[in-house]
Design a protein around this ligand. Sequence first.
Ligand code: NAD
Length: 250
Amino acid sequence: MTGRLQDKVALISGGASGLGEAQAKLYAAEGARVTIGDIQHEKGAAVVAAIEAAGGAAQYVALDVTSAESWAKAVEATTSAYGKLTTLVNNAGIFHPGGIVDETLAGWERMIAINQTGVFLGMKTASDALLASGNAAIVNISSLYGLIGSPNAISYHASKAAVRLMGKAGALEFARRGIRVNTIFPGQIKTPILADITPEQDAAIKAAIPMGDTGDPIDIAYASLFLVSDEAKYVTGAEIWVDGGWYAGQ
Ligand code: NAD
């Protein structure tokens, strides 16, 4: 590794699993000190142990992204341990299916609370520390489903489309203040979030993807690495879809 994130201090929500875990490990391997915030405490601790075993620096904090108080504690734990915060990844998210007819109000509210309000609270709570660092970056993880519709995921589409516009709005708000804000739109990536998808659904999705396969978490991590590194110092308000060509055909 080449130290592309030397001197960076990152807080990654949902860092105990899937895309967040891949980003945490890659960031640490590139020299960042990383706080993993999640509600899966054992898995988060295991990711920290793996990072430390590889020679990196990381800590785990309990973080429920729906709670402003929890966010404040996670930011404080990061600046206390590492002296600053330069990098925020709003990655935590959930998925459940359900169209307008089937989705419940409780299901809708839970999805919006985690996927949408969680991103707002993350950017809001971390903004003072990010501004203080003088050279900061936020990456928000939306979804291809924040760009295109489908018949059976109304809450998820709503939450991820909101993340898209929060990224643009944040980029403009902070453009002259030292925080870049960019958004990644994963296509279908092999993580536990897809646990409930049937083999038939999986096969249908792969057939619809121009490159013929779902992606790996590291594919998202490499895009994220670029966006939070100083290599992307002139990149803000950008949208990168990492999807095997899926969006190109829409
Ligand atoms: P994942 O289930 O492996 O990881 C999500 C993580 O978020 C988990 O560790 C979970 O504990 C955490 N989380 C859930 N609720 C939380 C809360 N209230 N507070 C803090 N953490 C919480 O799934 P993933 O695929 O790695 O998902 C990461 C992000 O990528 C999500 O925002 C998801 O919507 C998005 N995404 C994933 C895919 C895909 O195909 N895997 C596609 C598009 C977008």
